[in-house]
Design a binder for this molecule. Sequence first.
Ligand code: ASP
Length: 706
Amino acid sequence: MTDFTKRTFSSDLGINDIGKEVSIMGWVDSLRDHGDILFIHLRDRSGIVQVVFNPEKSSPRVIDLAGTLKNEFCIGVSGHVTEREPDTKNPVLSTGDIEIIADELEIYGKSPALPFAVSEKAAELCESVSGTEPSSEEIRMQYRYLDLRRPSMQDNIIKRYRICKCIRDFLDTHGFVEIETPMLTKSTPEGARDYLVPSRIHQKRFYALPQSPQLFKQLLMISGFERYFQIVRCFRDEDLRPNRQPEFTQLDIEASFIDEEFIYELVEGLVIKIFEIGGINLPRPFPRMTYNEAIDTMGSDRPDLRFGMKFEDITDIFANTGYEIFRQILKQQGVIKGIKVENASHRLSKNVLQNEYAKQIVPGFGAKGMTWMRVVGNTLQSNIIQFFSKEEQKATVKRFSAKGGDVILMIADPSPNSAASALGHLRLHVAERLGLIPDGVFSPVWVTRFPLFEETDEGISSNHHPFTAPDRRDFNPRDRGELLSLRSRSYDLVVNGEELGGGSIRINDSELQNRIFEALGLTESDIGERFEFFIKALQYGAPPHGGIALGMDRVVSMILGTPSIREVIAFPKNRSAYCALTGAPSRIAGKQLRELGLLDFSPAITIPGMHEEKDLIDSLSWLSRIGIKDEEKVLIESALDDAVRLGSVMKEHAGGEEPAFSAVTLVNRSRSGDTARMCELAENGDLLKNAPSVTGGFFKVANIIE
Ligand code: ASP
């Protein structure tokens, strides 16, 4: 019966096909055995159709074979389409008016008991299903091929494809070309650690997997392509956070002879189109907010605009306050800021405000405490209201345009940044707790004019990446204060408090680029070693250019409303950057490490009598005079790996000298700083003086001692 050319997709079948002979292929989604008659749901990529095995209508051979079917067997059925009895029609299935009476059955692949239920329709129909529910994510990942059989997962992955296709079509009509850039490349600084790939051909040298195609897309602008894009995999070895993957997909865009407005226009058009695939309409134009405004009014550079509760600065109202805590903070040039939670007085009890928020939650956000006030008419009420004058109360009510029943939450802190950040967290916490964030609303915003640099423990680093154009070029790269005051021509696209992408107008002249590197503390030789090729390229008529990258996993996840980005990636890593399906990252054979030049096994000098033993295990076998069988080699190799790792640790502790795990001459190598010398006993020959002979720096000793 296997004539694949005759195959029909199940969802193509309907009432108009009654009486037709059809051939369908797919998986057993669920079975219902009614004693004499067996019903199955056959699932293919398009949907589900019911198949009936009836002893009165099918041959005994087919009925017997059908009796062996289990969930998720891969099968082919040929039969004819019939209309179901009116009372057995199934409105949940698109094919629910019909069923296939099986004439032939072929089993292409059997399946053992399932680790979890694949069928989703059966669950929907409240039919019993075998296997457990797709319980832990770890199990789902381990059997990802089964997990991906679930229609909802297929839908996610197929919609992801549709979104990518829509992007390609859209950018194509705007004159963009997709160009691939290397995966094996040199490090591109995006603020994360690189994944490195050792080179076998150039031993002890490494490629870096791209953190982004940043430098290549800029080179493509210098090459004159003018409009480039790529849906591209990027790799960043970052600390793990919930919605992050060590490898992720970006929509990477770059264009020449453009400014910020071009990017806003292009990306808004594109983003609106792809959100429509999920039935979401975004308002256009997207609002814009400078970084400062976002921090000042929302306490975050990823402001969530779905709800209000913007900050009010009330520092001036309390300039001469009698409240000691505020006085102390203001003395230190601190600030007092607050948010108004409308009509929440009855939902935020004194206990919640004082004991939960003021004492526990807000200190967890990095502020010392929180002051709360209930609005009653024109005045305020709280546990410390006696310290506030009537004027202060009135002015506060006015500043917040507050009315009876509102609650005002304030944070005072000597550091304006800490106050803003803590209040930002508090704003989100209260909004979530009280359900103030509306469902189904999507609020995009462009955040612009970020600081060019930020202060870190090690000095100064780029806020985006070092190729971002500053807002002015007349700065002194050694003046820290001045550097920290610079703004960049960068922009982030934020939707519902989540950063979906970011980019910038770039530096297009080598002199300015060099000065930025200098500001970042790179020496001339660092610059030469890491970026010489790029600085050189900038000298050959680099056009003004800029671009952006959107994180596709996040974008797709938001459009499809999935709880995590792992739901829209076919084969994701888990939260610890581990692939439960393949077991990557995994150990590798010492042989491979050696081939890559990652082990320094070659002794500085050859051991007398040692022949040219190439294989490490053979060498070991030779050295220990123990025969090692082939099947034992694997175990020995892994033990040796451990020894090598131990050796590396020892090497670290031994300072910059030669590794302690290579064959050692009788010379003190483990005390760093000491001049290498023979140990006295070795020097005067007392050590192993009974050894039969001495050659060079080595004693030839009895095998047992070796
Ligand atoms: N390369 C940047 C990033 O990956 C985006 C850009 O500046 O275009 O974040």
